[in-house]
Design a binder for this molecule. Sequence first.
Ligand code: GAR
Length: 209
Amino acid sequence: SFPIVVLISGSGSNLQALIDQSLQGELDINICAVISNKADAYGLERAKLAGIATHALNHKSFGSREEFDSELQKTIDQYQPKLVVLAGFMRILTETFTKHFEGRMLNIHPSLLPKYKGLNTHQRAIDANDTKHGVSVHFVSSELDAGAIILQASTSIEKEETAETLAVKVHALEYIIYPLAVKWFREDRLTLHNGHVILDGETLPESGI
Ligand code: GAR
């Protein structure tokens, strides 16, 4: 089996997409734990319903980012996961932490990176009058939202678009591309090498696939 740990902060709908695909036999993974920095994250309920172990680690009860990340690392490591999946995990991570999981930690970010790192990505894309927006899956590096990109999917921004309607469209793309990237990693087709993504033996361009 292929143990993975998923980190969340909120609704966990991307976690649900992974759970569903694994239950349907489309993704041969074993989600052994879900960890949230918020005890009231709905994603923890989704995990419990699926019989997955859960942990709530409140970052506010730690004296520093280093102490929180160190406890988070310990909590993850006890499961010896082959892959760590950030699915709406809204904390900035220390370099020690990201180095420890280098090449085996993925994130999904709701923008066409390198555009709109950070927060409020949908509104920022609308405010910039962009006609296209989307989502990126990338390996996590020490720099926020700047790790090597694996794949992206895009959608149009229409005239009447709001951050809410755009979020719905982006979510639909997320549920397709995140499980796909996890599947590639699971099948040993995807690796990080010297900061570059290798898929099926080929180095991907900066913007992924
Ligand atoms: C997703 O849209 C994900 O791309 C975004 O949070 C949402 C989580 O939704 N992630 C980030 O903004 C990371 N900086 P979910 O909890 O329903 O999966």
